[in-house]
Design a protein around this ligand. Structure first.
Ligand SMILES: Nc1ncnc2c1ncn2[C@@H]1O[C@H](COP(=O)(O)OP(=O)(O)OP(=O)(O)O)[C@@H](O)[C@H]1O
Ligand SMILES: [Mg+2]
Length: 599
């Protein structure tokens, strides 16, 4: 009866937990299946260790009912030695057991983290940009950790082990006194109901806790990323207030969680346990008085009771914990559900060397924010050509470069790279032809060398020398104590804006791509450096096609063609000389820039 009852528990909770297409539970099941031997070994060791605990009450009965009344010294000694040694052996077994248990749990966490990271790094840019960084951090670290550590290492193993213990203990109790054993089992249906109620509450609290942690993480990254702004605007007290509010929310939820946890996990059980113990004492004493049981029987029976209830409680944890962990796995699943970028293209041709061509054909694109994007953009850059893009701020210049890299998909029209529709190419094929310097160039917390060769790890020194020269970095690198091996601080923030920008340009040139996209590469450079860099870019034409966005028209004055983009549309295009002589936006901008006071 007990067996059927318990199996039912397990089956039911398994179905409540693994319903739906939960990605993370799929991974858990796969890992658990793959490591069932280790899990079985852990359970075996646990049972072995517990054998001592189970034997102890029987030894106690022997001691009380036989050894002491008979004055059998040898037997007393043997029993005492056994009772002392068994727990010591258990400690040794515990060491092995815990290592194996943690290693299975951590293996699951590791698999979840690897898969999720792999998924996120291949997810689409706009989805990632919409997700708060703190949330990604929380899910990758805490949620993945919890599912492996709690669910596998604790809940699954414990439930299997304790359900076995329940069966064995109940069996022994039935042989001791079946009537008392029946009274004991009265507590089970009630506890089962309690576990269900506790589970759904636990899940709500854990969901809230993940939200709180995510928002805290995001906030910390944001504040310390922008610490300069906080300080220069003396925003410290505002930030302190926010953080205090956060700690209050966290503290409240944590306290509520712990109280809830204790009430359902222990409080109710203690109450049930005490009631049943009272019943057993009453009925048991009556049985002893009537000679149907011995005092030793009753003592042994009562000695088993806490163990039985503890095991039953831990078995039912499968339901309560499972629900709480579902809160974590839901968050993993949400991120896993983000679509990935296209990995393989239908008609991919081998990359050719030399400049790549790029063509926009009536391309329109809109951001999620209504009214923003580009409209009906068409142009072509032939291999080796230099195209300049200029225009008022917010016009859509960077958006054009983002589309060319396949970060977003056009709403209408198509983009051709080397005369192949980008939709037929994998993102890898597209981006392997491109190297880009974004408007806000970003460096790694690594050496100058590693920043230039990113992501390659085997530097080509001759090429490095060349790109360092082209990016006007020779003097700067010579001035560094360790030269190319100089380590940069986080985000390269220990460099000037212009130094960062030139390292980013060197990185783009090092890649030797067929299409080079530079978004305002000279915005932070002085006039002399700009002049030399522009000349170097000019010489790049032999090996690459070049598209340069610039506010300073001098940067693109050597271009073959200029596109003037305003309000998301190309409002003018042509050779710079032609446009300069005209009467359009370019001519006006040119005139205003030459009127700027000379520095
Ligand atoms: N991720 C985004 N989500 C929503 N709107 C965006 C996003 N990025 C840019 N925009 C909007 O799209 C328009 C074009 O932006 P874009 O960055 O292409 O302009 P830009 O021409 O490069 O401007 P600037 O010269 O200032 O760099 C802007 O009005 C901007 O507010
Ligand atoms: Mg821009």
């Amino acid at each position: 009866m007990v067996v059927v009852h318990l199996l039912d528990h397990e089956r039911m909770s398994m179905t409540t937990i693994s319903t739906g297409d939960s990605y993370s539970f799929g991974i858990v099941l796969r890992e658990v299946r793959g490591q069932w031997r280790t899990l079985a070994f852990v359970v075996f060791l646990m049972l072995l260790g517990t054998a001592s605990a189970l034997v102890t009450p029987l030894l106690l009965r022997e001691l009380i009912d036989r050894a002491i009344p008979n004055g059998d010294t040898a037997m007393i000694l043997a029993i005492v030695v056994a009772m002392t040694l068994l727990p010591v052996v258990d400690v040794g077994l515990g060491l092995v057991r815990n290592y194996a248990r943690a290693s299975v749990g951590e293996a699951v966490s590791r698999r979840l983290r690897t898969d999720l990271f792999n998924h996120l790094i291949h997810a689409r840019l706009d989805d990632i940009e919409r997700t708060r960084l703190g949330h990604i951090v929380t899910v990758l670290t805490r949620s993945c950790g919890r599912v492996g550590e709690m669910f596998v290492a604790q809940t699954v193993v414990q439930s299997i082990y304790h359900s076995m213990l329940v069966v064995v203990t109940a069996g022994i109790m039935f042989t001791l006194n079946w009537k008392l054993a029946l009274i004991t089992l009265l507590a089970f249906p009630l506890s089962y109901l309690l576990a269900h109620v506790a589970g759904s509450r636990e899940r709500r609290l854990y969901n809230e806790q993940t939200d709180i942690l995510s928002s805290g993480q995001s906030y910390i990254t944001e504040v310390f990323d922008n610490i300069k702004t906080v300080k220069s605007f003396t925003g410290e007290s505002r930030e302190m207030a926010w953080w205090e509010g956060w700690t209050r929310r966290n503290w409240r939820n944590k306290a509520r969680m712990t109280a809830h946890h204790d009430l359902f996990r222990f409080g109710f059980w203690v109450a049930i346990h005490n009631v049943v113990r009272g019943l057993i004492f009453g009925y048991g004493a009556f049985e002893v008085v009537n000679g149907r049981a011995t005092v030793g029987d009753l003592v042994a029976f009562l000695a088993y009771l806490p163990g039985l209830y503890e095991s039953a409680r831990r078995t039912l944890d499968f339901i309560t914990e499972g629900e709480a962990i579902k809160a974590s796995s839901d968050r993993i699943d949400e991120l896993m559900a983000l679509p990935k970028e296209k990995k393989s293209g239908a008609r991919e041709r081998v990359t050719k060397t030399g400049g790549s061509s790029v063509e926009f054909s009536n391309v329109s694109f809109r951001y999620a924010r209504e009214g923003f994007g580009i409209e009906d953009i068409s142009f072509r850059a032939n291999p080796g050509e230099f195209i300049g893009i200029v225009g008022p701020t917010g016009g859509g210049k960077s958006t054009v470069l983002d589309l060319a890299q396949g970060f977003y998909e056009p709403l209408q029209g198509c983009i051709l790279i080397d005369d192949q529709d980008m939709r037929d190419l994998s993102v890898r094929a597209v981006r392997s032809r491109i190297s880009a310097v974004p408007q806000d160039a970003w460096l790694w917390n690594d050496t100058v060398l590693a920043n230039i060769t990113y992501p390659e790890t085997q530097p080509d020194m001759a090429l490095i020398e060349q790109v360092v020269r082209e990016a006007q970095l020779v003097e700067f690198i010579e001035s560094l104590p360790s030269g190319l091996d100089e380590a940069l601080g986080p985000k390269g923030l220990d460099l000037s804006g212009g130094e960062r920008q030139r390292i980013a340009i060197a990185r783009a040139l090092y890649r030797k791509a067929g299409l080079v996209l530079l978004d305002e590469p000279t915005s932070a450079l002085d006039a002399r450096t700009e002049f030399h860099l522009t000349a170097a870019l000019d010489s790049l034409r032999q090996r690459s096609t070049l598209i340069v966005v610039a506010h300073r028209l001098k940067t693109v004055i050597n271009a073959d063609k200029i596109l003037v983009i305003d309000g998301g549309r190309i409002v003018e295009s042509g050779a710079p000389g032609e446009l300069k002589r005209g009467s359009g936006l370019f001519a006006m901008m040119y005139e205003m820039q030459s009127l700027e006071p000379q520095k």
